[in-house]
Design a protein around this ligand. Structure first.
Ligand SMILES: [Zn+2]
Length: 249
């Protein structure tokens, strides 16, 4: 009987140890899997951080050779038109700058039909093409070769450039890339209807006047507009306050 009890006790001890080792191996396995997943998550968040840094860097790439704006930007367009690097009233490319009613050359606090200078039943109180005239805010304020863009020039910009919605130094807008890979940034400066504080769409859309009036409409002129998912041209009421991005024809 004694001989049998001793091996039974050893068998018990061996079973217990085997159990302990198996549990330990199991825990080790779980720990290793956990570590692997954790490491992968770390890698993912590292690459996200890297992407954010790249985005931030590309959005602060200098578009201009120096701080003395405005510059001419040659996008390699077929017409040879060069666009200004910033809006009228802005001191750098991402700044919104001023808003103007079509054909007016002074900034206003409020934009409506009653205070629009050129509203008349007879629209001949103002030329239908104002580039280079006394009604051209780019010509009046900046002088030299600067003009408001014509309808043909804004059509060319829409048709010839690739564009991406982007954020530049904290300002939403679009980056247009011309046929020669040069870039132009237009901030989403919104538009004004009524009091200027009611500029509700700033940051979500950009609205820029052309110098060309719609001939079969009494109170509209052509403009270029964009949002996060659209870039196109159309016409808009002339009394509204829009941005102006001058060109050098
Ligand atoms: Zn510039």
């Amino acid at each position: 009987m004694e001989k049998k009890t001793i091996p039974n006790r050893w068998t018990g001890i061996i079973l217990i140890w085997t159990g302990i080792i198996l549990i330990a191996l199991g825990l080790l396995g779980i720990w290793l899997i956990y570590q692997e997943n954790w490491h992968q998550k770390d890698l993912e968040s590292d690459s996200q951080t890297e992407k954010q840094i790249i985005d931030a860097e590309s959005s602060s790439d200098p578009l201009c050779p120096d701080e003395h704006h405005p510059h001419f930007i040659d996008l390699g367009l077929p017409s040879g038109t060069r666009w200004a690097c910033c809006n009228i009233g802005a001191t750098k490319p991402e700044e919104s700058g001023s808003h103007f009613a079509w054909g007016e050359t002074e900034e206003k606090r409020s934009f409506d039909m009653d205070n629009y200078a050129y509203y008349s039943e007879n629209r001949r109180t103002i030329d239908s093409e104002i580039a280079g005239t006394q009604y051209d805010v780019a010509f009046v304020q900046w002088g030299g070769q600067w003009r408001m863009p014509t309808l043909d020039q804004i059509k060319e910009l829409v048709e010839e450039c690739k564009w991406t919605w982007t954020n530049r130094n904290g300002k939403n807008g679009i980056l247009l890339t011309g046929p020669n890979e040069e870039c132009l940034f237009l901030p989403a400066a919104g538009y004004c209807w009524g009091e200027k504080k009611g500029n509700e769409v700033e940051g979500s859309g950009g609205y820029y006047w052309s110098s060309t009036m719609v001939l079969d409409e009494d109170l509209n002129s052509f403009y270029i507009f964009f949002s996060a998912d659209d870039l196109d041209w159309n016409y808009f009421d002339r009394f509204l306050g829009l941005s102006v991005r001058p060109v050098c024809p």
